[in-house]
Design a protein. Structure first.
Length: 473
């Protein structure tokens, strides 16, 4: 990952300059990175981007050219440049694992570090986690409608190369089985896939000649794009002719791809034609501005589509282009090295933060299914042999007592005093972990339309602390 010390907002640097001038820069603080539920926004998310956040923190330093540029701004003092020249992240980081389902208000990352360090890294961590978590969540929603079998096709429509590359990575975490992005395939060791374009067909004197030439090049991986001229009158019939020749040579075709028109009607007709020609195992791939809503509609119409290529609306998270993650101070050390809880107040309940140094537990019933999440202070201990009563953090009369239950801490320690202590999993391990853990969440909470509200409560101790701080204001 290229040097990113200046991948920040200017006010982060001016604040750091201020902290240094006031001798508060090394005060230990705690920040939480989380997202809020917004109108039309996400009810849940799939965590992604931790690996890139780790790379950022490990390699964070100011180069000579960075220092030269910052000096040209005439905004900073000698203490600032001394700190910048010797900068190294020395804090602790706790994080949810990539692939985990997370709900609004739950910390995805918790940073415990000297104030000037925690301040510097805010913007970069937000852009890394916000983007990949957003795209992984969109991919999860798309693949939930298909049962998998989705290839990410979005590089050409992504908002720049980095968005395309890291969006492809996040898509795999969210459930896509492959990407068209070759660089992402190399960087992250994920499957790549693709067929050919309309220009391939148009470059030959006939559609049949184009298909024959492609099949000759890739006899064992032959997928033909059949909608350049007329899908049902020429495209599918010509594909069948080529498939028969392939079979005579001992090869079986993969299938055809539809990229325009009425995908429900065309796929049903194409399926009938392929079956009648003796190719019941030939797959039908569909693309063309697809998302989970279109997939659900096509499935409801009985479309015969086996594989999906999803591009623009996945790589841009077209219907909700921002996760809305935030980074808020939750505790600060006093002169006696005691962590003093802090919280941001707001007229809006969702924007009033949760104070203190925290973690999040997932609570399970006796059958191993998640029933609620509990945000608690990190020092709290729970005895699962005793009943636990949880309650809504606002509508406190809504209560539930758990008798037979278990708890899982959703956060792992990633950095300790600036040293990486967490073994980053490979992407296939992340995918397997995500599938395993997401089975523990009832589908009613993650369904496309009108999802049931998942319970995210505060421990009694955290709730009382929050009320105390509210009453003191």
């Amino acid at each position: 990952m290229r040097d990113k010390a200046l991948l920040t907002d200017l006010y982060q640097l001016t604040m750091i300059n201020g902290y240094l001038e006031h001798d508060t820069a090394n005060t230990e603080v705690v920040f939480d990175l989380f997202f809020r539920k917004q109108p039309g926004g996400e009810d849940f998310a799939i965590v992604a981007g931790l690996e890139q956040a780790v790379e950022y923190l490990q390699n964070l330093s100011f180069s000579e050219s960075d220092i030269k540029y910052l000096k040209s701004l005439n905004l900073f003092g000698d203490k600032f440049f001394n700190a910048a020249e010797n900068f190294k992240f020395t804090g602790d980081v706790y994080a949810m694992r990539e692939g985990e389902i997370v709900f609004p208000q739950e910390p995805i990352l918790i940073i415990k570090a000297p104030l000037y360090q925690a301040q510097l890294i805010e913007t970069a961590l937000l852009t890394i986690i916000n983007h990949q978590t957003l795209i992984a969540t969109k991919a999860y929603k798309v693949t939930q409608e298909t049962g998998g079998a989705v290839s990410e096709f979005g590089l050409r429509r992504a908002q720049g190369p980095d968005a395309g590359v890291y969006g492809a990575r996040a898509s795999i975490i969210g459930g896509c089985t492959s990407t068209s992005n070759v660089l992402a395939g190399k960087l992250f060791d994920v499957p790549v896939s693709g067929t050919h374009s309309h220009s391939w067909v148009l470059s030959f004197s006939s559609e049949l000649e184009a298909f024959e030439s492609f099949a000759k090049l890739y006899p064992s991986k032959c997928v033909l794009l059949v909608d350049t001229y007329d899908t049902l009158r020429s495209g599918v019939p010509n594909a069948i002719k080529v498939f028969k020749k392939l079979r005579e040579k001992g090869y079986e075709p993969i299938g055809i791809r539809l990229d325009s028109g009425d995908l429900a009607y065309l796929s049903k007709q194409a399926r009938k034609m392929l079956d009648e020609a003796g190719f019941p195992n030939a797959k039908i791939v569909a693309s063309n501005d697809i998302d989970e809503n279109i997939i659900a509609s096509l499935n409801a119409q009985g479309a015969k589509i086996d594989l999906w290529g999803v591009g623009t609306k996945l790589i841009t998270s077209y219907d909700n282009p921002s996760l809305g993650g935030v980074y808020k101070l939750s505790a600060i050390e006093d002169e006696n090295n005691n962590l003093i809880p802090k919280m941001k107040l707001s007229d809006t309940q969702e924007k009033t933060t949760n104070p203190g140094f925290k973690t999040t537990y997932r609570l399970y019933d006796k059958d191993g299914m998640a029933v609620a999440d509990l945000i608690a202070l990190r020092e709290e201990k729970f005895d699962t042999t005793k009943p636990l009563t949880i309650f809504h953090p606002v509508e406190t009369w809504k209560r539930m007592t758990l008798e037979e239950y278990s708890m899982r801490d959703l956060m792992v320690k990633v950095f300790e005093k600036g040293k990486l202590i967490y073994k980053l999993p490979k992407i296939d391990e992340i995918v397997s972990y995500s599938k395993e853990k997401n089975k523990e969440i009832w589908s009613e909470y993650t369904r496309r339309l009108n999802p049931h509200i998942y319970k995210v409560d505060l421990s009694t101790k955290l709730y009382n602390l929050k009320q105390k701080l509210l009453n003191e204001k």
